[in-house]
Design a protein around this ligand. Sequence first.
Ligand code: B12
Length: 198
Amino acid sequence: MEGKQEGIEELLEKALHEYHLKPLEIVNQGLIPGIEEAGELYDRKEYFLPQLMMAAETMKKAFTIVKPLLSQQASQNKGTIIMATVEGDIHDIGKNIVCVLLENYGYRVIDLGKDVEAEVILDAAKNEDADIIGLSALMTTTMPAMKEVIIGAKARGLQCKIMVGGAVLTPEYAQSIGADAYSEDARAAVLAAQKLLN
Ligand code: B12
């Protein structure tokens, strides 16, 4: 909450070894509520962008430390998923969490990063023979970029399914742009992927 990157390692150490919290509990009950609270303070103009950025950087650092503990080496490949935050949008914390959980469940995840153009996503989906494209958007202004990818995939005749997510999205919006699945968090994203590929 205070954006103190230097203290986060020690806190994680404590959470893991003193309180015996599971890595996913740390993400879901500590890191995510923390960044959301920082976001609420930002909304109420009690936090300003530098504070929000410091909180986000701290969360990213914490997630980098927890990530290897979340990843069990997946033995089987259940399918290939291309993940990206759409063009114009630099929010990637949620997308990164979704990537790790999908990997945990045995999917081959190719993370194209953030602010990714539709063409780049579609090229990757074709070249990697993707089963699913996963798109993240956190702003109302960037949500339409998801539709662009969906239209592009149809125009190119790609067979892959498209799932979408991100804080501002609703199931209704996802349906209106023709997405095959929507999920509100990382755990639901795994279930959605399983459903799409069955
Ligand atoms: C952290 C944050 C930032 C950080 C981002 C750091 C980073 N590397 O990601 C920083 C400070 C850089 C930032 C910048 C900006 N931000 Co900002 N940010 C946030 C904040 C507080 C939290 C987002 C977050 O990480 N949440 C935690 C994660 C875990 O949740 P999540 O992303 O929703 O992901 C979960 C699910 O949605 C789902 N999911 C996510 N992606 C996917 C994908 C798939 C395929 C699936 C299935 C599921 C899924 O699973 C995830 C895990 O459970 C939100 C407010 C909020 N409460 O959402 C504002 C918010 C998104 N930001 C906002 C804005 C406006 C901006 C800026 C334009 C601010 C500015 N004036 O410069 C810039 C954006 C610049 C740009 N071009 O993108 C607005 C958007 C408003 C709107 N309705 O459009 C919000 C909503 C704040 C607000 N209320 O105004 N931001």
